[in-house]
Design a protein around this ligand. Structure first.
Ligand code: ATP
Length: 365
């Protein structure tokens, strides 16, 4: 009495150990993921890692070789049987998901809807309003821009109120400036509808912008799952770190849970003596300073020991510049991404400091 067991909410989409082989090649290898109502999960990874195949299995347009798929706790697919795509309460949106050219915008959005005419009309009007396309209701697809067509496609996919929306690179056909707007609008709309979204993308920036959770995929497997902030700031390995941005890598060997580098000692807790490690950090976590006194700058505790390098080249990219250094310590090349206060010249000796709390230490794989 008095003790209520907290109910774990049922995921809208629950994928367990999903697998797919093509011949002897395992394209998708025991992939598990969940999406809660109103949440966006991004399947992120390089080309060919199995993202689309995973999405297609969930949509029901690709057979599975193992695992199970549940929508609202109900099995819609396992090795014993499969609910056809139209019975799964899933909506699908591709990059080149064409609208019907011979139907106007209203009829395109109404296409998958059934029921009383007045209800269909109201639902179509509501969605066109939401995607800002009301005044184009009578237009035909060829009369619309790419971004407008995309909005209609989204309205059409959402019209039947799918429980789960499956999106495969839906924004890649749009030009850069339009894409950000359409992404934000799409996200707002999907959140307002409470739809669970599984979004496939190979672009880290898109995943970080859109996702509540990222599932990072490589060679058919999910290698890390987590909130964008956590994955970016605590990558599981060197490849995961490097997938999100350029990284600097310096080598070390562990002795007494420490490793020596040009930037002083780094902690390597729990790593056995003699292990070769990579110390990995992003260029934006490198600070540079002039060699005014010839003795080097005075770093804060977070910045560790300064190390001297000589500028190899500097690229101005707007608010920031990317500066490449050859390090005195071992001749290695490191990159710094620094505010464009001044543009260092090749040959200039400078001091580098790295934010130690932003460095990752990984045993060499
Ligand atoms: P992209 O971002 O390039 O679309 P992806 O991560 O979505 O890549 P998939 O399309 O899922 O990758 O493909 C995963 C692997 O499975 C690839 O090696 C691909 O060549 C292979 N593959 C996909 N479909 C088939 C098929 N029908 N027959 C044989 N191999 C296939």
């Amino acid at each position: 009495r008095g003790r209520v067991k907290p109910e774990t909410p049922t995921p809208r989409l629950d994928v367990r150990n999903l697998s797919r082989r093509f011949g002897r090649r395992v394209a998708v290898d025991r992939v598990s993921l969940t999406v809660m109502p109103g949440q966006v999960t991004c399947l992120l990874g390089p080309s060919g890692c199995g993202k689309s195949t995973t999405l297609r299995m969930i949509a029901g347009i690709e057979p599975i070789d193992g695992g199970e798929i549940l929508v609202d706790g109900r099995i819609v697919c396992d090795l014993a049987g499969s609910v056809p795509p139209e019975g799964r309460s899933t909506g699908l949106m591709f990059q080149d998901f064409a609208l019907f050219p011979h139907l106007d915008v209203t009829r395109n959005v109404a296409f998958g809807l059934s029921g009383p005419k007045a209800e269909v009309r109201a639902r179509v009007a509501e969605l066109l309003e939401r995607v800002g396309m009301t005044r184009h209701a009578g237009s035909y697809p060829h009369e619309l821009s790419g971004g407008e067509q995309q909005r209609v496609a989204l309205a059409r996919a959402l019209a039947p109120r799918p429980r789960v929306m499956l999106m495969d690179e839906p924004f890649s056909g749009l030009d850069d400036r339009l894409r950000d707007d359409v992404r934000d609008e799409t996200l707002d709309l999907l959140k307002a509808e409470g739809t669970a979204v599984l979004l496939v993308t190979h672009e880290p920036a898109e995943a970080m912008r859109m996702a509540d959770e990222i599932a990072l995929m490589r060679d058919g497997r999910i290698v890390q799952r987590g909130a964008p902030y956590n994955i970016y700031n605590a990558p599981a390995d060197l490849a995961a770190a490097a997938f999100f941005s350029d990284v600097n890598v310096i080598s070390g060997r562990v002795q007494g849970a420490l490793t020596d580098t040009a930037f002083g000692q780094f902690l390597a807790p729990g790593v056995p003596d003699g292990t070769e490690v990579d110390i990995v950090f992003r260029p934006q976590h490198v600070k540079i300073d002039f060699d005014r006194s010839g003795r080097g700058p005075h770093p804060t505790a977070a910045e560790g020991v300064p190390a001297r390098g000589v500028v190899q080249r500097a690229r101005f990219i707007g608010a920031e510049s990317i500066v490449e250094f050859r390090m005195d310590f071992d001749g290695s090349i490191l990159k710094a991404r620094v505010p464009s206060v001044f543009l260092p010249k090749p040959g200039m000796p400078l001091w580098l400091m790295v934010r130690r709390d932003r460095c990752f230490v990984f045993p060499k794989g």
